[in-house]
Design a protein around this ligand. Sequence first.
Ligand code: ZN
Length: 525
Amino acid sequence: MSALRAAVIAALFLATACAGPTSRPATPTATAPAIPRTSAAPPPLSPFGDEPSAPRARAPLTILQLNDVYSIAPIDGRGGLARVAALKQRLAAAGRSPLLVMAGDFLSPSVASSIFKGEQMVAALNAAGLDIATFGNHEFDFGVDVLRERMKESRWTWLNSNVVDRTGNPMEGTVPYLVRSFGDLRVGFIGLCLTTDEIKRSSLGDLRLLDPYESAAKYLPALRAEKVNAIVAITHLTLAEDQALVERFPEIDLVIGGHEHSPITVTQNRTLISKAGSEAEYVARIDLARRGEALDRHFELIPIDSRLPDEPETARVVANYERRLGTEMDTVIAASLVDLDAVSLRLRSGESALGNMVADAMRESVNADVAMVNSGTIRGDRVYPAGAWTRRTLLNMHPFGNVVVEVEMTGRLLLEALTYGVSRLPAAAGQFPQVSGVTMDVHLTGPERVRNVRVGSVPLDLDRTYTVGLLDFLLTGGDGYSMFARAKPLVRAEAGELLVSVMEKYMSARRTLSPAIEKRINIVR
Ligand SMILES: [Zn+2]
């Protein structure tokens, strides 16, 4: 059971490890609690009913914010959409009007999504009672046809002010703005998605992404004409773009944002910008109430953990997909005709056939000149025998959820990285590189450790620019590769594909594989 469970958890584990700004103090009226991570006896959650005299007890609207959620089940005890559903139901039972909002990025990426194409996310979010979602960049990962299918299955409102079809109208199935009344509070919403090349143009079909600021300028007057008391922008933009948005449109009272994966609450002029982290580890609760002409916003970051029960209907949906995922994990994707050695002592001190295959798959997926992977990424510490490879084997080999990124760097920087990679030899080290598209001699004695580097068959040109496929882990300095901070990102972590998905595509396209050691890294003793 534990092995299966671990595989399932690994399967559900999220890919993107993008670092965002850390939490900052919220607005003066907001109360951001300390964030307990691993305390033995966590404090009880705040009573959802509130004292009748509490200021937020009078708030007619309670927004519950999620963004960047890729797993329907908890990860390491945190998150889980069945608990989010329970939170919403408790608030409703306490007489509140909870509105569950998703600020983009949930259909992908995860191992489960690579199998179910985001269907599991829609089913669980339907059950949890999601009310409004905006597009994030990952909603387009499977192309617009799959997105349209997911939209048909969904039971919430897709709020989208800046993704249009070829006629210039908002994408079918979405509304460009929304006005809803809660007691004496009339709230107008717009929804904005980022337009950078994290969304591949090829996955957009006949859709176009319009400038979010121009789209806001187009629809904000419509909200004013409807005499709203509060304007909420539900966005999937970078924090800098959200800040620029509220600089330009100070009438926006609240930004429910996404894309960054850390909880963020900042006040820009008079506007509160909130991002709730990722993976439903937290729900940001924001209660809105009128105070004369002003608007009160009460902020609380609610940890989603075992102190909340599972809501049964959502839990049933989640359990059903977890069971199907377990079966899918046993699907054979390819056969290796040779034993593949992943014994870590050997893998971390020399070229490996398995390492070559991983690096080749990475290089092919981003179409780069070179790919590099730290041996510490390849797990299992065993010889994978010749025969069938299932998705479970892949997850055994790489249980981390790293994604493949692409950078551009000079030959000089590439040489520096390769030299660092082999610097611990003859000792085994996780930083030891497995490579594709490049060969080199490594001298264990003498002044120049790495010599005769060739990219393809051509000697490395220190001043030329090369494209290099890496894992996000290395791009952020993992295993000591701090030099990659000086490379120019072409495909960032937020847009990268899971390594296990890249491997599955590479292997299943070939059906049978027989990778070999071929003197890519020639160690001269
Ligand atoms: Zn995003």
